[in-house]
Design a protein around this ligand. Structure first.
Ligand code: SAM
Ligand code: SF4
Length: 534
């Protein structure tokens, strides 16, 4: 049910002329985190008392900013009511709205008659890319299920085909373009409806609509709640329905994702979204937006439910999972100033963030839900491993002694170009510190070969880092220049393709050599294993 919350009404009625400047103020006003309705055409009613409290305070800020912004510009805002007046005046109406969706109809949400999908409402999902995308697909499925859709595994019988896409490298996007050409052939008399969801939707909305006319829905990573409306719009108006707005606060915290594989004993739990790091090669901050964390309580609640369902392993997910920071319980203007340090020697390109509940607090809470449930997390950034995090991992038997520690390069010069915020030495010190807390830790990494300006010497540094750390697992990539990134604007993609491939092969060879040695050293050991499938 889509309703308009009172904050949204206030803004549309009284701050209508407030142009981008003010809205941006609101977006980045720290305590306006819950105002997703500002950034989306539809809005969901938020009735949580803390949310309302922070919304009210934000509106005060909004009004103050608004007054300041227009001072001297000849506009009269004397008619704009105070937020208290507004709230008391709209209290009754708001309460009524909570029970009556017909109040103040919103044209683009109105139901209309439309041609029925041939198979009733059936949806088929195809997911590309990382675990985050699999989890996103499960959120999208939960939302559509609630709206009466049935998920099917037979693409031929689907009324709706949704591709959950990835933009991280060019190769990932190429696969989806090819897939779209095939799917286009399947369209007979308007069905199936084809939708592009996720990172590629956000990045390539224009190209997708213009180039692939077969696409009916384009929904960015923060627009899944809007899918029922988008599908209806695509059906009614036979035009591409698009929502690629990025939100500063959407975490889907109130939605329990519906797992595709109901038999598996492992579940993914998204704890944060977005990334503020701006590594120079990476498209993620542009496709997935600003960093935001889900409130601890909603995560613990989901994990409790999963435990009751018999799930034995939970993988906490986030683009930058250990940057987790739940600010939902922090009072406006009163951040907890006990800022935890980052990993020693590391820095960020953004202003250090203060307060809130951190990743160590979250690990403490989630690992206490069910001592029999294994906890993992992916994908962390090396900068966010203060001692508290290492202590709790070493203490709790149900937190897996496995840490993904993406290095990206073994050369300090390239790391600086990549804007990773650390040197090779800082990274190696961190490895040492992790091993001092968790001696039997298993480490994995991400490595990129052939980044802009990478010399043979830099490449040798990456290989020597692999040899020094001896990873148990590695994701190895050849650099792929992405539009919008800092590297795209400021650097030269000057390592020839042939050299990138050759370096990738060399680094893979070393990795497999070392992996064999590591695995041989485990022969004869007794390990606790989770059997996922027989
Ligand atoms: N947030 C994690 C971190 O910073 O360590 C990594 C998440 S990122 C989504 C996954 C991996 O994709 C990165 O660690 C990086 O190795 C790789 N990657 C990102 N952009 C890339 C690009 N333009 N070309 C090649 N690999 C890339
Ligand atoms: Fe991309 Fe990870 Fe860097 Fe964020 S921290 S910009 S997700 S590589």
């Amino acid at each position: 049910m889509h309703l308009r919350c009172f904050v949204c009404q206030f803004v549309t009625r009284h701050l209508r002329h407030s142009k981008a400047g003010l809205l941006r103020n609101l977006h980045y006003e720290r305590h306006a985190r819950n105002l997703s309705c500002f950034s989306q055409r539809t809005c969901s009613v938020t009735v949580c008392p803390t949310t309302i409290k922070s919304q009210c305070k934000s509106i005060f800020v909004a009004k103050a900013n608004y007054s300041t912004n227009i001072k001297g510009k000849g506009r009269d805002i004397s008619h704009v009511p105070d937020i208290k007046e507004f709230l008391s005046a709209s209290n009754d109406a708001t309460n009524k709205q909570l029970h009556d969706s017909t109040v103040e109809p919103i044209p683009y949400l109105e139901k209309a008659t439309y041609s029925k999908p041939p198979n009733g409402k059936t949806v088929y999902f195809e997911t590309y890319g990382c675990q985050m995308n699999v989890n996103d697909a499960e959120y999208a499925w939960a939302i559509l299920k609630e709206d009466g859709y049935k998920r099917i595994d037979n693409l031929e019988k689907a009324d709706v085909i949704l591709l959950v896409t990835c933009s991280i490298r060019e190769k990932a996007e190429d696969r989806i373009w090819k897939r779209l050409t095939v799917l286009k052939e399947k369209k007979l008399s308007g069905y199936p409806k084809i939708g592009i969801l996720g990172c590629m939707a956000e990045r390539l909305k224009k190209e997708i609509v213009e180039k692939e006319k077969a696409v009916d829905i384009v929904a960015g990573p923060d627009a899944y709640r809007d899918l029922p409306r988008l599908l209806e719009q695509a059906t009614n108006e036979s035009q591409t329905a698009i929502n690629v707005m990025l939100s500063v606060d959407e975490t889907y915290a109130d939605i329990m994702p519906v797992r595709f594989d109901e038999k598996t004993k492992t579940a993914f739990v998204s704890i944060m979204r977005g990334c503020d790091n701006m590594c120079s090669y990476c498209i993620v901050p542009f496709t997935r937006g600003r960093e935001r964390s889900r409130p601890v309580e909603s995560i613990v609640d989901e994990i409790r439910k999963l435990s009751n369902m018999g799930i034995k392993q939970v993988n906490l997910l986030g683009q930058n999972v250990n940057s987790y920071r739940d600010m939902s319980s922090v009072e406006v203007g009163m951040p907890n100033l006990n800022a935890e340090p980052m990993s020693q020697g590391f820095k960020t390109i953004y202003k250090p963030k203060l307060g809130g509940l951190r990743f160590a607090d979250l690990l403490d809470r989630v690992s206490s839900v069910d001592p029999e449930m294994r906890i993992r997390f992916i994908s962390p950034h090396p900068k966010d491993f203060p001692d508290e995090v290492l202590e709790i991992i070493s203490e709790r038997t149900n937190i897996c002694k496995q840490i993904h520690l993406p290095a990206q390069s073994g050369s300090s010069r390239i790391l600086e170009q990549m804007r990773r915020g650390h040197t090779r030495e800082d990274y190696l010190n961190l490895v040492e510190r992790i091993r001092s807390y968790i001696p039997d830790v298993s480490l994995s990494t991400d490595m990129i070969t052939g980044f802009c300006g990478e010399t043979e010497e830099d490449h040798e540094d990456s290989i020597s880092l692999m040899r020094l750390v001896k990873y148990n697992y590695a994701f190895l990539f050849k650099y792929s220049m992405r539009k919008k990134t800092h590297a795209y604007h400021k650097m030269n993609d000057d390592v020839p393709e042939k050299v990138k491939v050759q370096r990738l092969q060399e680094i893979m060879k070393v990795y497999y050599e070392l992996l064999e040695q590591t695995q041989r050293s485990l022969v004869g050991e007794v390990q606790l294993a989770l059997v996922e499938k027989v």
